[in-house]
Design a protein around this ligand. Structure first.
Ligand SMILES: [Zn+2]
Ligand SMILES: [Zn+2]
Length: 280
């Protein structure tokens, strides 16, 4: 039997929020955790869930927007200082440059720590797999079959599907509704879906502020509403929809209601520290 869990570490957005940490979730397959995105506060969220950051040897970035990577420096250096000696990262093109810039930024700090005799493994030799623009199957030694597909956002963004035995979890990344995601998520046990354009945001469209209206219009091309999240879940015929990427003051109950009007399966407006058990 495989012990399989999905833990929501951060269900927030770029707007700082005490109730919701930056976007991040972890899939744990027996004793192997795979981190997906690394938003603000990820290290602390992991520790609160009693997952040692040093035990995470695999990290997938859906995209490199600041809200999905704000926690990376802490994860990289903090995990290493706690004893991580191996790390593989999968992400879009630009992931290697991003990682190298972090090393550069902390060069003096790292040199000092290396001079104390801490081995460089796990920090200076990180394996980075940059995804081809068309996505596809990713060749890794992770205990899951990983398939990716490009989705619709304002920078290169990928949805990830993890097949573990007979179970499947799909993470949408930030995206507007798109067929490639429906195809990727087909039959998944769980779809973790961006539902950033929540009702309180929609309400703000009625504001007289022209600039705000303009921003919301742009967001409509880059994120989903709860109803669109529900429609994607229905089309993909998934078992459970977990919505995430919420702005502050989201009405989670209303978001669930809107998604449930479209999708008959189980609907959850995700919260930080939600754990879903999918033992096979
Ligand atoms: Zn984004
Ligand atoms: Zn985001």
């Amino acid at each position: 039997m495989t012990n399989l869990t999905l833990t929501m570490l951060g269900t927030g957005s770029p707007k700082p929020n005490l109730e919701r940490s930056g976007p991040a979730q972890v899939i744990t397959i027996d004793n192997t955790p795979i981190l997906i995105d690394c938003g603000e506060g990820t290290v602390r969220q992991l520790m609160k869930m009693e997952i040692n950051p040093a035990d995470i040897n695999y990290l997938c970035f859906t995209h490199l927007h600041s809200d999905h990577v704000f926690g990376y420096e802490h994860f990289l250096l903090g995990g290493w200082s706690l004893g991580r000696r191996k790390l593989t990262i999968i992400g879009p093109k630009g992931t290697r440059r991003f990682h190298e810039r972090v090393l550069e930024m902390f060069e003096e700090d790292i040199d000092y720590r290396l001079s104390l005799g801490i081995p460089g493994q796990g920090l200076m030799d990180v394996t980075i797999i940059e995804l081809e623009d068309e996505g596809g199957l990713v060749d890794t030694e992770m205990p899951a079959k990983i398939t990716t597909t490009p989705v619709i956002h304002n920078v290169k963004t990928f949805a990830f599907r993890f097949d573990i035995g007979a179970k499947a979890i799909t993470i949408s990344g930030d995206t507007a509704p798109v067929d490639s995601l429906v195809k990727l998520a087909k039959g998944s046990d769980i779809l973790v879906q961006d539902a950033a354009i929540n009702t309180s945001s929609i309400n703000s469209q009625t504001s007289d502020d022209g600039n705000l209206k303009n921003i919301w219009k742009r967001l409509e091309n880059e994120h989903c509403t709860p109803a669109q999240a529900g429609a994607l879940a229905k089309e993909a015929d998934v078992k459970k929809l977990v919505m995430t990427h919420f702005l502050p003051n989201v009405d989670a109950e209303l978001a669930s209601k809107e998604a449930s009007e479209v999708f008959d399966g189980e609907v959850i407006a995700g919260s930080d520290f939600d754990v879903f058990i999918l033992n096979d």
